[in-house]
Design a protein around this ligand. Structure first.
Ligand SMILES: Nc1ncnc2c1ncn2[C@@H]1O[C@H](COP(=O)(O)OP(=O)(O)OP(=O)(O)O)[C@@H](O)[C@H]1O
Length: 262
């Protein structure tokens, strides 16, 4: 079983034994080759039900490539990926989304000519063709992110912070089991970042599992139950945030030996 082999290979310092819930997302030996470039090599990773796992690493480490492999933007060159115990390795993005995986993108691009609620309905339509039902689901999620009162405004009119919350609402409107967030806090003010972390916690309380790429080290260490570290396409550490920040390989790879400011 992928979960067992993955867990036993992670440098967890005994901590994976404490993990609550069953694994909902498993990457088993994932590799990705782009022409001459090996962007990922033999990466194992698990996210358990109701966990927030931070995915960190220097620029070019392979974080977004791993998101792309998991979410079906392209298949991995090697390895297998499981969602809720079912293999999704070679499925198309829309098939993976229907099975309960949602993601946000590094560059947030709302459909500017549509209203805020119509953007969120794009997520809801994955499960229903009925416009009224999609609107109802979308409105619930706009209320969740604090945008319900702006539902009928044009999405292009929103500030960056509000666009990020809309991106979250669109993703959550697909009712995901697992949500992949790619730098959703980039460009937010400190108070907007705090609000976003509050939303992550509420999603975890609802039982949604989160895999989060963020460059804001303080935020990632604060919010994550576990942190996974990639460097040059390889997994170099996994564990509790406090263990990871003290890991020498991580300090060396990630901040060139100068330590974390977290
Ligand atoms: N579609 C692609 N074609 C070719 N090379 C790619 C492609 N996507 C990513 N790469 C390369 O793969 C490596 C990993 O990139 P990736 O974007 O996954 O890193 P990252 O950890 O997300 O970095 P950042 O923090 O800068 O976003 C990089 O060398 C990148 O140039």
């Amino acid at each position: 079983m992928a979960a067992d082999s993955e867990t036993s290979r992670e440098p967890t310092e005994g901590e994976t034994g404490e993990r609550a819930g069953d694994p909902v997302l498993e990457a088993d030996g994932v590799g990705k080759q782009f022409a001459g470039l090996r962007a990922l090599e033999d990466v194992d990773m698990t996210v358990h039900r109701g966990e927030i796992v931070g995915l960190i690493g220097p620029n070019g480490a392979g974080k977004t490539t791993l998101f792309n492999c998991i979410s079906g933007t392209f298949p991995p060159s090697e390895g297998r990926i499981y969602l809720d115990g079912q293999e999704i390795t070679d499925l198309q993005a829309h098939q993976i989304a229907r099975r309960g995986l949602a993601r946000t993108f590094q560059i947030t691009r709302p459909l500017e000519e549509l209203t805020v609620v119509e953007n969120a309905m794009v997520g809801a339509h994955i499960h229903t063709r009925r416009r009224s039902e999609a609107r109802e689901i979308a409105m619930e999620q706009l209320a969740f992110v604090g945008l319900a009162d702006r539902a009928d405004e044009e999405a292009g009119e929103l500030t960056v912070g509000a666009q990020k919350r809309l991106e979250l609402a669109r993703a959550v409107a697909t009712r995901p089991t697992v949500l992949l967030l790619d730098e959703i806090m980039a460009g937010l003010t400190p108070s907007e970042s705090e609000e976003m972390l509050g939303l992550f916690r509420r999603l975890r309380e609802r039982g949604t599992s989160l895999l989060v790429i963020e460059h804001d080290m303080k935020a990632i260490m604060k919010i994550s139950d576990y942190v996974k570290v990639l460097d040059n396409g390889r997994s170099i550490a996994f564990g509790r945030p406090k263990t990871v920040v003290e890991n020498e390989a991580v300090i060396e790879a990630y901040v060139g030996g100068t330590g974390f400011d977290a």
